[in-house]
Design a protein around this ligand. Structure first.
Ligand code: ADP
Ligand code: MG
Length: 697
């Protein structure tokens, strides 16, 4: 086989620009860039996102109506057929050595442009009888005019593609260059890591993912690449954590058992075992000379606030300032109110700092923060604004931390001289997964709820039950309770037929709840108006709050007993769980009702939610079903993104990667040993952060 050479005749290197490769012109190089493939080396790491196992291909002649099967055949004729109802159908006839079959794609006339006569298609679908046998494709791959693609027993690699660069072109380019590129790659994982992980060496792994002889082999190659990704992320996390400890020595608080003990003795309830444990972990951290960077995970209602309050008081009794940052004004006020009541007997009066405070009051608070006075302040992101200066900030807590960007979280901590940091989240995830995602942080978990909570009754109701559901809500209001009704969108649009908050608000307020006080709340209403509405709801001036998910965070209105959610299939399970957590906060029995007709698959998913009120279990199901993006939101959450590994599916691999990273850093914390040079190089190339952490590159 001829060795493909860069067009210029120069030698090929891994960092040779992709545009020098044979078969890649300027247009394709542009398209490759969109896929993140810039160099020849990137091409090697552009790995298939799925495989078609052509070894299971059936002869066309063997297909019978009612069967499900995969065939490979050549297009011998094709065309667009209009139907009377205006639908245009693309049809092609495929032939292999055994026979012919018609394949039909209703509503996809555009395929006429991408499928040519003479192309070979791999089609998976079901066979029905329609003027003869007809294959209805579920999936297909155009293998082009590549004859060799039909070779039996091959596993076909399917690559992420983009406009102007089909997977099949990518495949042929990789295929053409694979043999000359592989020898250029040298192993960069240290021997001891590789053997402990029991994954293939890099050259083998890359060959396996691109040109597997079996599906099992492809998965083995993938495992190596997933492992290294998890291993690198763990290396960076662990290193960042140890640097933060060494270089930024924190404040060494003293456990004076003054304010904290008095708070504990005065509490109207007993701390749960989990609260006691978490508090102890936090106090130990704060009393050590190292700086605390800790994540407090706990389900909705597990009582995170009081734990943060103990930590804050420890700082205050040591003469420091403590700040608790929350995402909304309403939540800030709510926390401030509860804490003011709890701290009154201790003679501590917490401050409240929000954007809507009159300038004069804000100035007065700013003056106190800038003085040496020990104090506790609760506020919104107003706390991180430039004008806010702290003289002695010793502790910061960020509640509902996922609502803030990484930068805002850092900005608060930067307001002091290495204050101890506590992040709080109500999206609990399994411990091992949390270690992969938030590996820089230490972890405390509240896995227990305060006793005596009424369980929330969760029910799924079909559209046909709407009238009954609404009259149930009305009866609750009659008894003095309040209700939330939540919609997935603010306004109706032509693209979907979703019921929207705005229209439904009008319909409900003039129809079923004409006698009730109804209000509308969504994200496009401005923040101060939104807070005003929530305040009225809290003060029982509103019976029914028609809303979008803006209400999901932290709001505590114990008199609200109904959470009615429309189009529940549109929400993630964890999001539903947050919404449900808005009720069941008082002594009365509470209800969460999912209303609407949903697909059988969605119903299965929703049943998982209805059957449990364990946030950990729900988050796990959510991750499994919808992936990380949905759980952590599109917003930059500070959670690392993975190209190949799936931290949930690859949980066991992640644990191995973490253990390997720990061992390696124990023996060579700066990665300076000669045998780790390759590792340093690859880290430097792939992770910007590694530059500051290891001084590589
Ligand atoms: P979350 O973890 O969702 O932030 P909160 O801190 O808001 O939960 O606590 C929810 C409610 O439970 C509050 O009203 C709080 O006073 C109460 N609470 C917290 N800890 C306990 C406890 N140990 N026993 C009884 N009630 C508690
Ligand atoms: Mg909370």
């Amino acid at each position: 086989m001829a060795q493909p050479q860069p067009r210029s005749g120069q030698r090929l290197y891994l960092d040779t620009s992709i545009s020098y490769l044979k078969g890649v012109g300027p247009a394709r190089a542009d398209a490759f860039r969109r896929l993140g493939v810039i160099t020849a080396g990137d091409l090697l790491y552009h790995i298939p996102h799925r495989y078609e196992d052509a070894s299971t291909v059936a002869p066309i002649a063997s297909l019978e109506p009612g069967m499900h099967g995969t065939v490979i055949g050549r297009v011998i004729s094709k065309g667009i057929i209009p139907t009377r109802r205006g639908l245009r159908i693309f049809q092609a006839v495929l032939r292999d050595d055994t026979g012919m079959i018609e394949v039909s794609w209703p509503g996809q006339p555009f395929l006429d442009r991408t499928i040519a006569k003479g192309d070979t298609l791999l089609v998976t679908g079901s066979v029905r009888f329609f003027h003869g046998r007809q294959l209805q494709p579920r999936e297909f791959i155009n293998l082009g005019d590549d004859e060799s693609a039909t070779t039996e027993g091959r596993v076909l690699s399917v690559y992420p593609a983009t406009e102007g660069l089909s997977f099949k072109v990518i495949r042929s380019i990789i295929e053409a260059h694979l043999d000359s590129l592989l020898p250029l790659v040298t192993e960069y994982l240290p021997n001891e890591v590789l053997s402990a992980a029991a994954v293939p060496a890099i050259r083998d792994a890359l060959r396996m993912v691109h040109r597997p002889t079996s599906l099992a082999e492809a998965m083995q190659g993938r495992e190596r690449l997933a492992f290294e990704e998890l291993f690198f992320v763990n290396l960076l996390h662990l290193r960042a954590k140890s640097l933060a400890r060494e270089e930024r020595r924190g404040i060494r608080f003293e456990n004076k058992r003054d304010l904290t003990t008095r708070l504990k003795d005065g509490l109207p309830f007993q701390l749960t075992g989990a609260q006691t444990r978490a508090t102890r972990e936090i106090v130990a951290d704060m009393c050590s000379p190292r700086r605390m960077q800790r994540l407090l995970q706990g389900d909705v209602g597990s009582g995170k606030t009081i734990v943060a309050l103990f930590a804050a008081l420890l700082a205050v009794e040591n003469g420091y300032q403590a700040a608790i940052m929350v995402p909304t004004e309403l939540l800030a006020e709510q926390h401030w109110r509860t804490m003011t009541a709890l701290l009154e007997p201790l003679g501590v009066a917490p401050l409240l700092l929000t954007g809507s405070l009159p300038a004069r009051e804000r100035k007065a608070i700013a003056q106190r923060l800038a003085s040496d006075e020990a104090l506790l302040v609760i506020g919104t992101h107003a706390l991180v604004q430039d004008a806010t200066l702290f003289a002695r900030l010793g502790f910061v807590a960020v509640d509902e931390q996922h609502r803030f960007g990484v930068e805002q979280r850092k900005a608060l901590a930067a307001k002091g001289e290495a204050p101890d940091v506590l992040l709080m989240t109500a999206t609990p995830i399994p411990r091992s997964l949390a270690l992969t995602l938030y590996g820089e942080l230490d972890l405390s978990v509240l896995d227990e709820r305060p006793p005596g909570r009424q369980p929330i009754l969760t029910a799924m109701r079909a559209e046909s039950g709407r009238a009954r559901v609404l009259s149930f809500v009305d009866r609750q209001i009659e008894q003095g309770r309040q209700a939330y009704i939540v919609y997935p969108v603010i306004e109706e649009s032509e693209k979907t037929d979703l019921k929207a908050a705005t229209t439904m608000y009008e319909a409900l307020a003039s129809g079923p709840f004409a006698q009730r006080r109804v209000a509308l709340l969504h994200g496009r209403i401005d923040a101060s108006e939104r807070d005003a509405i929530m305040r009225r709801f809290r003060d029982r001036e509103i019976d029914v709050l028609v809303a979008t998910t803006v209400i999901e965070v932290g709001i505590d209105v114990p008199n609200a007993t109904v959470m009615l959610i429309e189009h529940p299939e549109r929400f993630g399970l964890s999001q539903l769980h947050q919404l449900r957590g808005r009720v069941g906060r008082g002594a009365e029995e509470s209800f969460c009702i999912l209303l609407g007709d949903v697909s059988p698959e969605a119903a299965d998913r929703l049943r998982i939610f209805a059957a449990t009120d364990d946030g950990f279990e729900i988050a796990r199901a959510d991750l499994r079903l919808r992936g990380m993006g949905d759980l952590f939101g599109e917003r930059q959450s500070g959670v690392p993104t993975f190209r190949i590994a799936d931290p949930l599916r690859d949980e066991a691999l992640g644990e191995r990667a973490r253990a390997a990273a720990e061992r390696l850093l124990e023996s060579d914390p700066d990665l300076v040993e000669g045998s780790h040079a390759g590792l340093r190089r690859v880290l430097g190339e792939r992770y910007r952060r590694s530059l500051e952490l290891f001084r590589v590159g």
